[in-house]
Design a protein around this ligand. Structure first.
Ligand SMILES: [Zn+2]
Ligand SMILES: [Zn+2]
Length: 339
């Protein structure tokens, strides 16, 4: 990789990289984000009509990848193109006095436009916002995973683990390692993986004392977004939290109530009681905490996804909600409506 990875303070405002990696939502960065999407969508559209397209929007796209610390050689590799093709597009052939070309084959263009600055494509040493990393580690502790056990899996010393779980910024390498360990552990029962009751309870109490949010308080759209709040009422009672987590496992991950009860370490009877008590108090609209996780209803973007998962054709209301969420994502970088 030829481009040095930038730290957050070095990243300039008015760039898509600042928007995406540092979650800056200032006017200039938001504008850069919508320009990035507009440029890319337009260029893709033109490329579907003509054998040759204007090279400038494609160069713009590669420049954005460079801002992300990706390097044009890596962009070529990910696009499946020869390095010389990308070098000529970007820099021409200086030794022969040939300037960068005005046009480019649409096949080349679409291969490069398909390369997006995802975490997997970035320089491992690039520095990004640590919000999602912290939340993932904290949620695992809340689920009963001792910090030492999580750290072991990532080959982190306890001291380093303690730093990462609080770090405002992390490297891409660390963010990816934490995502991998989270995906592996979040739905596993620590006690079925060699964690004794004492360690399990100590971890849960540690997380609860710090009001860390459980796995169920986040979804893929919110966990990395510093502006997103965990999806739960303040001071969620034990009963509500239990019902919430169980319903979430059932609705989102196809657990039965029995397997959800097993996962959460309670009897099925206790779980049924918690669910009925929680929905009761939600109906009462008393001062009790509300049931923060409600099953998806038609007219919500997440119901659109449920229709698809269930093999149904999404209804018009859900189609509308999904389109609105997509639009919001293009404008703000988040599919979730601001509170
Ligand atoms: Zn900014
Ligand atoms: Zn629907």
């Amino acid at each position: 990789m030829t481009t040095a990875a930038k730290t957050s303070t070095e990243r300039e405002h008015g760039t898509y990289a600042k928007y995406k990696l540092d979650f800056c939502r200032c006017y200039r960065c938001s504008f850069a984000c919508s320009e990035y999407n507009r440029n890319r969508e337009r260029a893709i559209l033109y490329g579907t009509w003509q054998p040759y397209v204007d090279a400038e929007p494609v160069r713009d796209h590669v420049r954005v990848l460079l801002e992300f610390g990706m390097g044009w050689k890596q962009a070529a590799a990910v696009a499946g193109l020869a390095q010389t093709v990308v070098a000529r597009l970007m820099y021409g052939q200086p030794k022969r006095g040939v300037a960068p070309s005005r046009g480019v084959r649409s096949k080349t263009a679409s291969a490069l436009l398909a390369v997006e600055p995802t975490l997997q494509n970035l320089a491992p040493s690039a520095c990004i916002d640590g919000t999602g990393t912290r939340r993932r580690l904290q949620a695992l502790v809340v689920a009963g995973w001792p910090q030492s056990r999580i750290g072991e899996r990532m080959a982190l010393t306890p001291g380093n683990f303690g730093r990462v779980i609080r770090a405002p910024r992390v490297t891409v390498r660390m963010a990816l390692a934490v995502m991998a360990v989270y995906d592996e552990l979040w739905q596993a029962d620590p006690r079925a993986h060699g964690v004794d009751n004492q360690g399990y309870n100590r971890a849960r109490n540690h997380g609860a004392a710090r009001k860390w949010a459980p796995v169920g308080a986040w979804d893929d759209d919110t966990i990395d977004d510093p502006a997103a709040e965990p999806d739960r009422g303040e001071n969620v009672s034990q009963t509500t939290a239990l019902a919430e987590n169980a319903l979430w496992l059932v609705e989102q991950h196809g657990y039965t109530r029995q397997t959800a009860a097993d996962r959460l370490g309670v009897s099925k009877a206790a779980l049924e009681k918690a669910i009925s008590r929680t929905s009761q108090s939600a109906q009462d609209q008393s001062s009790e905490p509300r049931l923060a996780w409600a099953p998806p209803k038609c007219g919500e973007a997440r119901m659109y996804r449920k229709h698809i998962r269930d093999g149904e054709t999404p209804c018009e209301k859900c189609k509308g909600a999904n389109a609105a969420a997509d639009r919001r994502y293009r404008l703000t970088g988040s599919r979730t409506e601001a509170a």
